[in-house]
Design a protein around this ligand. Structure first.
Ligand SMILES: [Zn+2]
Ligand SMILES: [Zn+2]
Length: 93
């Protein structure tokens, strides 16, 4: 038995028959921009890293507020900062 808990029929494939990541949809020919490989049959390493991080957060956080977390992700993506931090640019090295 393969280690994957996902039944084979759930695995999604693109038009060329290449397996798609079950989270982000990347394939062998269309990998994540950051570069990824397969962690599981149909789960790429980029998505796996996020799953692990969120699982750790779920265990560690006082209150697991997914909506608030998602808002934070949006802020991060859009580069928004709270007014208290305004003026202090994130050091981008
Ligand atoms: Zn992925
Ligand atoms: Zn990927």
């Amino acid at each position: 038995m393969p280690k994957s808990k996902v039944p084979a029929h759930v695995v999604k494939r693109d038009r060329e028959g290449l397996i798609r990541c079950r989270v982000c949809g990347c394939t062998e020919n269309d990998a994540c921009p950051a570069g990824c490989s397969w962690y599981d049959l149909d789960l790429c390493t980029v998505c796996r890293a996020v799953v692990v991080a969120i699982a750790e957060w779920t265990d560690a956080a006082r209150h697991v507020n997914r909506a608030a977390l998602w808002r934070e992700v949006g802020r991060e993506v859009r580069g928004e900062v709270f007014s208290i931090r305004r003026g202090r640019q994130r050091s981008a090295a």
